[in-house]
Unconditional design. Structure first.
Length: 156
């Protein structure tokens, strides 16, 4: 099972995304279902529409309807999200990333994300999630982009 951050969804949804190959490789190596927290749906739609186009939003929603992704409402995650946001306030973790972490904690802890600003810190601090692709966590350099990783937050 794999929980997807916005960056993971965008990379999977857009073959033009510079991270598409690494995201596809990670997702194909993992077994379904792929969970998408409801707390990141607006962010996903916004980024898809602005970076790829409205057609990408329709394609993503079609994938959700067909069961390619499982929406996870996580009603009981609110206390955990609150705890994470407060604990990592200096990091400015934010609601969406905290929702991904809370969802992942309930579904095996595996997170497809290219965000190497927030998730590695939480992974080390909480020890409840594993970020994928794994090689991104090992001494990032500017050349890490070649394997599909970012050293900072890409804005999603």
């Amino acid at each position: 099972m794999l929980t997807l951050d916005t960056s993971g969804v965008i990379a999977l949804a857009s073959s033009d995304d510079r991270h598409h190959l690494v995201a596809t490789t990670v997702s194909e190596a993992d077994r379904r279902p792929y969970f998408v927290p409801m707390g990141v749906m607006a962010e996903i739609a916004y980024v898809l529409e602005n970076r790829v186009g409205t057609h990408a939003v329709f394609e993503f929603l079609g994938d959700v309807r067909r069961g390619s992704y499982v929406l996870d409402c996580g009603d009981d995650d609110i206390p955990r999200i609150d705890t994470l946001i407060r604990r990592y306030a200096d990091l400015r973790l934010g609601f969406s990333d905290a929702a991904v972490i809370a969802c992942a904690e309930r579904h095996g802890g595996r997170v497809l994300t290219l965000d190497r600003r927030h998730f590695p810190v939480v992974a080390r601090g909480e020890r409840t999630i594993t970020i994928l692709p794994e090689q991104c966590g090992q001494g990032l350099t500017s050349k890490s982009i070649a394997i599909g990783c970012t050293t900072g937050h890409d804005g999603y």
